[in-house]
Design a protein around this ligand. Structure first.
Ligand SMILES: [Zn+2]
Length: 570
């Protein structure tokens, strides 16, 4: 990893950094940089402040001015920066870490969807198919016949029947409304009969390229399940669920941001650009409390003059284009070299694009100098992706610091890890999956394969700048759930899963801070507590570095601070 983190500060903070450096030299102190008439806006004293700088330094205190860190040092050193207007918090020995960054998820879309769709997760009280039918029946009673019912977060593994509902079971609940039930991991949706009818899809409809209809093995009749592009064939023909008015979107996003900060998140790398205008409106009102990055189309990014660093500022930035090439991990549809073990039809998963198609897509982005994030999940999909990148690197030799991101990068035997290292790519893996979805993975992937899934240990050892993400709502977003999973490599049911991939708490902290910032070209301003970076930090109720690792998930988040402002306090 070392080579990725030796770059100095870039242009946004260079002035301050140089000023601080000059003062350090002049004063001859360590990191206590500014003295005399300088007054901080915010200081934090008496902490065990884990800075996550390149030496893993721990200091007692931090001072922030105009949103950025101006000094770190002992409490007495920092106290000299306190003036009449300075906000002072004494954390009384508690541990402080940099604000946490979730390097991929669909946080905004999920927040906006609240209210539009029916939550059929176990957390919403659905334990079996009858419960799920009851949820649909209740929604059908409140809307006109023919209006669409869209359900989300279904998880077959958490239903008593251990299977998805069929289309006939959805018909029983709402025969007069088109119904879609999407699964927690995405990529797989079940429709009822009316939905298929409106789309003109019957058992005689062939599977589309990059997709598949589930069928009765004897009669060939559609059973309701649809994969990838087959889902779009149905959903494109259904009436859309109307967008919420802007004030409601803003309120949903505001509530969601508070929840993100309650969990220690200070930056979200969101996928999908749907929430941008609501977020911009909140920012104008001074109500944005979590930094927000999102993807955009190649055309929009080009029109804005974006380069591989994206375009925007410390609060809102469009970071690059997003691409997709295979199925999902928890839906057990990612595209692999060896078949899945839980079914007997030699199922290797779903590849959604040919090599030529993915090359063409990524080439357009490279030609425009736009950085890409590509969902590439299984080893067979990664084989194709890495071939494509190799060709693109040859075609555009001048583009040396793009930091293309591999979203999920789940099944990575040693030869793939080595190839990713030599191509200098940046994977972000599912952080919470070993814990949250761990119990359903073993039957499908097998213990042996789990030893090289979410392979953070292998990536770190190979010097790859890896980070981790929730892919929310595919798994919950509290980062400490990911710490629990990645450090212990056990499932929520208590079973070991891929134990050879265990990492330390400090390594996990890097995944959720500096490594995430680095892969998105944000390392000059975010990701560690250093002079010139924004004062984003989290005060913990217990010491994350010393608690028994099986209690990491329970470490309380006491205070979340963004740019030296307290945005959440327990
Ligand atoms: Zn995603």
């Amino acid at each position: 990893m070392g080579k990725y983190f030796k770059h100095g500060c870039g242009s946004p903070t260079k002035g301050l950094f140089i000023l601080a450096t000059i003062l350090i030299l002049a004063l001859g102190t360590t990191s206590m940089a500014l003295a005399g008439p300088v007054v901080a806006d915010f200081v934090l004293l008496n902490g065990k402040v884990v800075t996550v700088d390149s030496n893993d330094s721990i200091v007692q205190a931090v001072a922030v001015k105009s949103g950025k860190i101006i000094a770190l040092g002992t409490s007495s050193e920092i106290r000299s920066l306190v003036g009449a207007e300075t906000r002072v918090i004494d954390v009384r020995g508690r541990t402080v870490i940099p604000g946490l960054l979730d390097s991929h998820g669909h946080h905004a879309r999920t927040a906006m969807r609240a209210g539009r769709s029916v939550d059929v997760s176990q957390e919403a009280g659905v334990d079996n198919i009858a419960d799920l039918q009851e949820k649909i029946r209740a929604r059908a009673a409140t809307i006109p016949k023919g209006a669409r019912i869209s359900c989300s977060k279904e998880d077959d593994f958490k239903l008593a029947e251990k299977r998805h509902p069929t289309r006939w079971e959805l018909d029983e609940a709402a025969p007069d409304n088109p119904v879609s039930v999407s699964t927690v991991g995405g990529h797989f949706t079940i429709y009822n009969s009316l939905a298929f009818e409106l789309a003109g899809i019957t058992k005689d409809t062939p599977d589309p390229e990059g997709g598949k209809f589930e069928r009765d093995p004897v009669t060939g009749e559609l059973t309701g399940g649809t994969h990838e592009t087959a889902r779009r064939m149905v959903s494109n023909s259904l009436p859309s669920v109307p967008d919420l008015p802007m004030e409601i979107q803003m309120a949903a996003l505001k509530a969601a941001m508070l929840d993100w900060s309650r969990n220690g998140l200070t930056t979200i790398y969101n996928s999908g650009s749907g929430a941008l205008s609501a977020m911009t409106s909140l920012r104008r009102q001074g109500e944005q409390i979590v930094r927000f990055r999102t993807n955009g189309s190649i055309d929009a990014l080009s029109a804005l003059g974006a380069d591989a660093r994206g375009i925007g500022d410390e609060w809102i930035k469009v970071v690059g284009s997003k691409h997709l090439m295979d199925g999902a991990c928890s839906a057990r549809t990612l595209y692999m070299r060896e078949p899945f073990l839980h079914r007997d039809d030699d199922f290797y998963g779903v590849l959604t694009k040919t090599k030529g198609q993915i090359f063409e897509e990524l080439d357009r982005a490279w030609a425009a100098g736009i950085r890409t994030s590509t969902h590439s999940n299984g080893d067979a999909a990664l084989d194709i992706y890495l071939d494509v990148i190799e060709e693109l690197q040859k075609r555009y030799p001048e583009q040396t610091d793009r930091r293309d991101i591999i979203i999920h990068c789940t099944v990575t035997p040693p030869d793939i890890v080595a190839r990713i290292a030599s191509l200098g790519l940046f994977p972000t893996i599912f952080g919470a999956y070993p814990w949250y979805h761990g119990d359903k993975l073993a039957p499908a992937y097998g213990e042996k394969r789990l030893e090289y899934m979410f392979a953070v240990r292998s990536f770190i050892d190979a010097g790859v700048g890896v980070s981790a993400h929730s892919d929310y709502s595919a798994s919950p977003y509290p980062p400490l759930m990911a710490f629990q999973g990645l450090v212990n490599r056990v499932t929520s049911g208590g079973k070991p899963t891929g134990q050879s991939q265990k990492i330390s708490v400090m390594e996990c902290l890097r995944l959720y801070t500096i490594n995430a910032a680095y892969m998105y070209h944000d390392e000059d301003i975010l990701g560690s507590l250093e002079i010139g970076k924004y004062g984003d930090m989290v005060v913990l109720g217990e010491d994350i570095l010393t608690v028994p690792t099986m209690t990491l998930i329970d470490v309380p988040i006491d205070i979340t601070i963004v740019g030296g402002e307290i945005v959440f306090k327990r």
